[in-house]
Design a protein around this ligand. Structure first.
Ligand code: F6P
Length: 373
């Protein structure tokens, strides 16, 4: 009987997911002569009986698919089998159903392309149901600790950087302070990286508490130097000056980050008198073509995931460390969260460039240090 493996994409989509599927399919079919099935809509496909899947062929991935954003399989971040939300709002444990359906597929292993939440759920299920899986890290937030890079991050940073490239000329033309709100959930990686790449004057991340007066001082300093505009990048999880989270509540009562950019634009206008505008980049950061970095990362991680199955190594996550692909036990992968290290190279780089991170106005602190000498 031909060995069968499965793949699904779980949680929020990002650029590079189709490139992982292509790598997995190419390696499994060409390298090992296996069959590959793609489960539709993450756990939603696994709840259906029979399971909703598609058999992948080499031809499916010839040409354009791996260049496209999104996921041809579909995804969801609502299909938690431990607390599955029914249409009437009640919650049901569907773990038995899902395990039965996974086992019915008779897969050697399932490859789960997801973030820490999806991997945690799959890890618990695999223990309960005695089946194998391999994790492939994807998230624009880049907050998985054991991998230096997650699929989707590079493209998201590119999109945010391009937004700053586009905001700078219009900011200069209209003498404005432009605030760009970017995603990243509880980590400031997208804000910090794109802010450096895109020439931001001020970058606010949740890991570094800020004071409005420091930001205002930085804007004043820029004006005094004769520049008429400023660029501010703020990560969505940054709190208000009063320490409150900026959240949006949808009709079902679920909350998500949103609003800090507009809050900041209003406050800065009030304090500095500058004309401000806010751009919320939102899901633009997730869609679109994967850049070259994400395509290469997705390819390397996808090939390694299949090779692990061939070696009989399971319940591991593939990761990128020190310029190469490695694999680590899944428990280790989900236990290590990585937000921005406030002493990291990028934080020091930002400070070195004179970028204000909100905890000091930077120029002031440099002057103070000079005076103290
Ligand atoms: O985790 C990825 C992410 O894009 C976060 O950066 C963001 O906060 C969240 O997902 C948005 O989720 P949704 O697609 O449910 O609005």
């Amino acid at each position: 009987m031909v060995t069968r493996i499965g793949i699904l994409t779980s949680g929020g989509d990002c650029a590079g997911l189709n490139a992982v599927m292509r790598a997995v399919t190419y390696r499994a079919i060409q390298g090992y002569g296996w069959e590959v099935i793609g489960i539709k809509h993450s756990t939603e496909g696994l709840f259906k009986t029979p399971v909703d899947f598609e058999t992948f062929t080499l031809e499916r991935f010839d040409g354009s698919v791996f260049r496209r954003g999104g996921t041809i399989l579909g995804s969801t971040n609502k299909g938690n089998p431990f607390a599955y939300q029914l249409p009437d709002g009640t919650v049901k444990d569907k773990t038995k159903d899902i395990i039965k359906n996974i086992k019915s597929l008779k897969m050697e292993s399932l490859i789960v392309v997801g973030g820490d939440g999806s991997m945690d759920i799959m890890n618990q299920l695999s223990k309960m149901g005695d089946f194998h899986f391999i994790g492939v890290p994807k998230t624009i937030d880049n907050d998985l600790g054991v991998t230096e890079k997650s699929i989707g991050f590079s493209t998201a940073v590119g999109v945010a950087t391009e937004a700053l490239d586009r905001l700078q000329p219009t900011a200069a033309s209209h003498d404005r302070v432009m605030v760009l709100e970017v995603m990243g959930r509880d980590a400031g990686h997208i804000a910090l990286t794109s802010g450096i790449a895109g020439g931001a004057d001020i970058i606010l991340i949740p890991e570094i508490p800020y004071k409005l007066e420091h930001i205002a001082a930085k804007i004043k300093e820029i004006n005094e130097r004769g520049r008429n505009f400023a660029l501010v990048v703020v990560a969505e999880a940054v709190k208000t000056a009063e320490g409150e989270k900026a959240m949006i509540r949808d009709q079902s009562g679920r909350t998500r980050y949103g609003g800090i950019g507009h809050y900041l634009a209003d406050k800065l206008s009030e304090i500095t008198g500058a004309e401000t505008r806010c751009t919320v980049l939102g899901h633009v950061q997730r869609g679109g073509q994967p850049d070259a970095n994400d395509r290469v990362l997705a390819s390397a991680l996808g090939v390694h995931a299949v090779d692990l199955i061939a070696e009989g190594k399971f319940n591991r996550m593939v990761a990128w460390q020190n310029r190469k692909v490695v694999d680590v036990p899944i428990e280790e992968a989900i236990a290590t969260y990585q937000d921005v290290d406030v002493n990291s190279t990028l934080v020091r780089t930002a400070r070195g460039l004179g970028i204000c991170l909100g905890d000091e106005s930077t120029a002031g602190s440099v002057l103070q240090k000079v005076e103290q000498r």
